[in-house]
Design a protein around this ligand. Structure first.
Ligand code: ADP
Ligand code: MG
Length: 317
């Protein structure tokens, strides 16, 4: 998934080493299923079939999915439903139009409108029970970049727990899963980056048995004619979000935290109902303000996990 994965764990050395190797292997195997970066991956092949005109109603319309991909598509579609489409795993054609995998470019209005007709969950039919799907729009492209790291983290954590590793910190390109805690500590310390300078930290959380995902549109972007375009798109407009906010979501499961942090950035109204979106879910949003300050919004359960904050962070007390 084009990023680093770091795991720290406490336990007897030999067993822990073997469990960590197995967890990293599990992540690598999932990447092969979920990524669209490798042409021979399962999801990439599904996109190729859709591009070649295998649509619902044609003889080869239904595509069989592995159980891993079935679960991932199911989770992604469920998050699309829960967020009123703010999270949209079918906007690959739009991401292509904006050159998100090739350095970035601003598409013409026509290009954008065409890509929008190939995006959206109305473009597919999903049959979970029979583990298959078919597409209604030629050229619809799945992109699970907004949820894949979370899925991989949840599966890796399940594997570690099954092998008796109950205290570990998994960090997958900034998305974190905290299992248990370090010895004699109430939880793992997790730093939250400054949205204006990701090498700096402005806040520290202490958490156990939770996952933390942070999304902002300044994390990955390209510039054209002096304007910045980020990697998260608003599915309603087909354009990159203009916000400079950063949203951190804390949840019991990494899959949920991952999808929700993307969705809460796209649709700020969802922040008010974050506790209803998934079990144990809570959020913190940071918005750059004047005088080098960061305006902070957090709901009450998120506040309890903040153990340190820089003076530049205003509010959320
Ligand atoms: P990161 O992967 O940088 O941690 P996110 O988890 O927020 O950030 O996911 C961003 C990725 O999700 C994008 O790179 C793209 O692949 C995909 N994406 C972009 N916009 C959306 C959206 N509105 N809904 C779902 N996925 C999206
Ligand atoms: Mg995400």
């Amino acid at each position: 998934m084009g990023t680093r994965c770091e795991v720290r764990a406490f336990g007897p050395e030999v067993e822990t080493d073997a469990a960590l190797d197995a967890a990293l292997d599990r992540i690598a195997a999932l990447e092969q299923v979920l990524t669209t970066w490798k042409p021979d991956g399962e999801l990439a092949q599904l996109n190729t079939a859709a591009a070649n005109g295998s649509t619902c109603g044609t003889p080869n319309g239904w595509q069989s999915l592995s159980s891993e991909l079935t679960d991932a598509v199911n989770a992604a579609l469920s998050w699309s439903g829960r967020t009123g489409g703010a999270f949209d795993p079918t906007l690959g054609a739009l991401l292509q139009a904006w050159g998100q995998k090739s350095g970035g470019r601003v598409p013409t209005v026509d290009e954008r409108v065409v890509a929008q007709t190939k995006s959206g969950t109305r473009c597919l039919e999903f049959d979970r029970r029979r583990q298959r799907l078919c597409v209604r729009c030629v050229g619809v492209e799945f992109d699970l970049g907004g949820i894949g790291k979370g899925i991989a983290l949840d599966r890796a954590a399940e594997l570690l727990k099954a092998r008796g590793i109950n205290n570990a910190l998994l960090d997958f390109g900034g998305q974190v899963l905290a299992l248990g805690s370090p010895p004699q500590e109430p939880g793992w310390l997790i730093d939250i980056a400054d949205p204006r300078d990701r090498d700096k930290h402005v806040m520290t959380l202490q958490l156990r048995d939770k996952s933390v995902s942070t999304s902002s549109n300044s994390e990955r972007f390209f510039e054209q004619d002096g304007k910045r375009y980020g990697h998260i798109l608003d599915p309603r407009t087909g354009t990159p979000l203009a916000t400079t906010d950063q949203v951190t979501v804390i949840a019991d499961h990494a899959t949920d935290a991952d999808a929700a942090s993307t969705a809460l950035l796209v649709d700020p109204a969802l922040r008010q109902q974050v506790a209803k979106l998934a079990s144990g879910m809570t959020a913190i949003a940071l918005s750059p303000a004047s005088n080098n300050q960061l305006e902070c919004w957090a709901d009450s359960s998120a506040l309890r996990s903040i153990v340190k904050r820089e003076a530049t962070v205003r509010g959320c007390r």
